[in-house]
Write a new protein. Sequence first.
Length: 310
Amino acid sequence: MPSLDGERHPWAGVQETVGGLRLHVRRTPGSDAAAAVYIHGLGGSSTNWTDLSALLSPFAAGASVDLPGFGFSEPEAGFSFTMDAHADVVVKYLEQLVKESGTGSVHLLGNSMGGAIALLTAARRPDLVRTLTLISPAMPDRRPDPRRMSDPMMALAYLPFVGRGVRRRMASMGPRERAMQVIRLCFAEPEAFTESRLTDLSEEHSARAGLTWAAPALARSTFAIFRAWGARGSASLWRTASTVTVPTLVVWGIHDRVISVRRAARTARTLPHGRLLVLPRTGHVAQMERPIAVAKAVLGMWETVETGTW
């Protein structure tokens, strides 16, 4: 692997048209022998994959996608923001990428909400997915704990009467303060987040503050996750996981405050070809906090899949 550059700025992004949609995508140049697609979590964006995509670039060219309503992908009118709708977008993107690259299938990686979306994608279209990496995927975790939110006031933001005032208070926060809230929630060791990365994240928060569709997209996607967690029978994410046939690596931080590591073993067991890596001193975004460890584990999976020993 190349050396980790902790000061690296996010890869440049471009608008790509996918099945009539326009998505903001950051491409990581790399080996043409394989392609890797990275799907961010709730409130995240394609910049969450800067380090990992760089480490894996000698082995696979990368594409980090901003989901509709996140990063700089403006959602089309009428987009529902359900998990299924997001998965439909990813399927369309993979279809187009596979056709362009000639790779036949891709290595698909997802974090948090993006992990659940990647799971749905692999279940629907295993022909498009060579391997699957799920980093703290948003499997059902219904703990009523406001400490899981970057701002505990968010739990009140959409209640009648009090919600408007809470949203006004949240909107008054500066982009740097909001960025630090996210880092403190998602990192086990937030002090390891570099100053240059904090500046990049603050600038992204500042730019998104002027996008009228950003806050509604976050709210509606949040409610969609809660609805998915309440689904039963064939619609359950647990049932979906049991149908995924592709080789899958599950990665979890032992100090994840957003989705409990207690979901890790069950997730890996439920996946027919799942294996589990639990990382110490790591929170919800292992690909950002421990990129080298995650990259080594991912490469280990890719190698064993190629030799038929996974």
